[in-house]
Design a protein around this ligand. Structure first.
Ligand SMILES: Nc1nc2c(c(=O)[nH]1)N[C@H]1C(S)=C(S)[C@@H](COP(=O)(O)O)O[C@H]1N2
Ligand SMILES: [Mo]
Length: 260
């Protein structure tokens, strides 16, 4: 029986970044451990310290618990973007850019979202269908690369809920999600991990009202782990791929990931 030779794949950029992060984290952890070890050594060898007694072990135990707490906080804080009470959300929400949504004559009523599951297999959804899915809201600090930020209140269906409701398990095994306006003039690419982040929302409401045209009616992306440029207004089409989807601002020199 012929043995199938395993293809040796070069690591992708993402894999390399992940590996590098892992290495720096490991180094950090080991250095931290060495620091703690050194401190422990100093502590026990200090002339003032009366040897290793039950009394001496207590502050050490407290220090270890603090270290554990530090790591726990580090991870949980990184996981979710900071949120605010609704009362802090801006009433007058800033409108920033209109690429792909400025053309006259757009009718939100006849809009449909096209989800390309694979070539020739397209799911077309109305806004009513999308509104019938579980609703997620968020009040957070929206940040634009141009240097402004504003606490804003958005609501819609989280992308994770969306993909699970429409059984897009096969699609989310891919590395990227692409989204674009119905006319294709503004387009973004997202790494799958950020798209599936629990705070990523396909939003149809702002301040508890249907989205205004200038904010991307009837459906826009709210992705708090990214800068404003990735928060596409008026989504017309969603695609999945293992190659980076084209991205309007990345093509103009901005960082492809534009993460916060
Ligand atoms: N279709 C479309 N979406 C877009 C943009 C755009 O020009 N066209 N600009 C992006 C940028 S740079 C920002 S800061 C936010 C602004 O969203 P807002 O107008 O609701 O404040 O939308 C993003 N989404
Ligand atoms: Mo922006």
């Amino acid at each position: 029986m012929p043995i199938k030779k395993k293809e040796k794949k070069l690591p992708t950029v993402e894999q390399r970044i992940k590996r590098r992060n892992f290495l720096s984290f490991t180094t950090f952890f080991l250095l931290g451990g060495a620091g703690l070890g050194g401190w422990k050594w100093l502590y026990h060898s200090s002339a003032e310290t009366p040897g290793i007694t039950a009394g001496a072990a207590k502050p050490l135990r407290r220090a270890l618990n603090r270290t554990e707490l530090f790591f726990r906080n580090l991870f949980s804080n990184n996981h979710l973007v900071k949120t605010y009470p609704k009362s802090m959300a801006a009433r007058k929400v800033r409108v920033n850019a209109h690429i792909g949504i400025e053309a006259e004559g757009f009718k939100p009523e006849s809009w449909q979202l096209a989800v390309v599951k694979s070539a020739g297999d397209i799911l077309n959804l109305t806004i009513e269908e999308i509104k019938s899915l579980p609703k997620t809201e968020i009040v957070y600090d929206f940040k634009c690369v141009e240097g402004w930020d504003q606490i804003q209140h958005w609501a819609g269906v989280s992308f994770v809920d969306f993909v699970s409701h429409y059984n897009l398990q096969q699609q989310i095994k891919m590395q990227y999600v692409g989204m674009e306006t119905p006319n294709g003039e503004y387009y973004i690419g997202l790494d799958m991990e950020s798209a599936l982040h629990p705070q990523t929302i396909l939003a149809y409401e702002m301040n508890e009202q249907p989205l205004a045209i200038e904010h991307g009616a009837p459906l826009r992306l709210i992705i708090p782990v990214k800068y404003g440029i990735k928060n596409l207004k008026r989504i017309g089409k969603i695609t999945f791929s293992n190659n980076r989807p084209r991205d309007y601002w990345a093509e103009r020199g901005y960082d492809y990931y534009s993460g916060l």
